[in-house]
Ligand binder design. Structure first.
Ligand code: GAR
Length: 214
């Protein structure tokens, strides 16, 4: 039996972006005329993440949430939930955030968290998707944007696009073509999520032209 239809809509378009590294996906979100104006907070688990610098350059709140400051994953997860709720965040974007979210955050923002992954899930999950695709000899890899559930790289798929692996590709060349696709797919998916245009039916996500009623 199929799960009931469920519309996903952010309570309000205050978006938090979580990122651990360079933040080129964050930059694509900041540069999007609509999404850029919704980003209220950027959080990183790494003090030296360039993503934090990109947020500060735009005058957007930038927080380093250091995992070493918490006794376990549960307390880190709680602190993250409290931070997001304290900032009245409606939607969360994982843009190269290299930690799995704990159940407390996932449940609090159910259906309102998207992740971008540099492969065609369910192929090549995890933190090394680009090198895994190269090592496997894949001819095609790509980009997946998906809703986040409690399992890693697992939730319903919002958008996917293939990227060919060329015979001379190395990590840099393949990653850079993957990034080009990510920088297009992720802002479009965030717009759709924040505008309530995602309708989820089991594992299927329909991206609507207009916000779902109800
Ligand atoms: C992106 O390619 C993203 O898909 C990947 O990290 C990169 C971050 O780049 N995420 C994962 O691998 C998550 N499993 P960025 O910091 O330049 O946006």
């Amino acid at each position: 039996m199929r799960a009931a239809l469920r519309s996903v809509r952010c309570v309000e378009a205050r978006v938090a972006v979580l990122a651990s590294g360079e933040g080129t996906n964050l930059q694509a979100l900041l540069d999007d005329p609509e999404v850029g104006g919704w980003i209220a907070l950027v959080v990183s688990d790494r003090a030296d993440a360039k993503a934090l610098e990109r947020a500060r350059d735009r005058g957007i709140g930038a927080r380093h949430l250091d995992v070493n400051g918490y006794r376990d994953r549960v307390s880190y997860d709680r602190a993250l939930r409290e931070l997001l709720e304290g900032e009245r965040v409606g939607c969360v974007v994982l843009a190269g955030f290299m930690r799995m979210l704990g159940p407390e955050v996932v449940r609090s923002f159910e259906g309102r968290i998207v992740n971008v992954h540099p492969a065609l899930l369910p192929s090549f999950p995890g933190a090394h998707a680009v090198s895994d695709a190269l090592a496997w000899g894949a001819k095609v890899t790509g980009v997946t944007v998906h809703l986040v559930d409690e399992q890693m790289d697992h939730g319903p798929i919002v958008a996917q696009e293939a990227v060919p692996v060329l015979p001379d590709d190395d990590w840099d060349s393949l990653e850079s073509r993957i990034h080009e696709v990510e920088h297009r797919l992720l802002p479009a998916a965030v717009r759709a999520m924040a505008e309530g245009r995602l309708r989820v039916e089991g594992r299927s996500v329909h991206v609507l032209e207009e916000p779902a009623g109800g």
